[in-house]
Design a binder for this molecule. Structure first.
Ligand SMILES: [Zn+2]
Length: 74
């Protein structure tokens, strides 16, 4: 069951790797996406799990905040 990279599988709805905690998602960004504009965000299908993804250009250019793009999360 233990995955060395911290992800636990792939979300069937989004086709993206699932991380079991925000911390694990952030660690993966640090490890594999150094310097890239990546962020972690909650999976909307698997409760309590996280994906990582690239920030949209509008966010990187400062035209929108990540919250405006992804919506509100708790
Ligand atoms: Zn998902």
């Amino acid at each position: 069951m233990t995955e060395p990279r911290g992800h636990i599988g792939v979300c069937s709805d989004h086709g993206k790797r699932l991380f079991s905690s925000r911390k694990q998602a952030r660690q993966e960004i640090r490890r594999s996406h150094i310097g890239a504009a990546m962020r972690e965000y909650r999976c909307t299908s698997v409760a309590g799990h996280w994906h990582i993804g690239q920030l949209p250009p509008a966010v990187m250019e400062g035209r929108l905040t990540a919250r405006q793009v992804y919506g509100r999360w708790r």
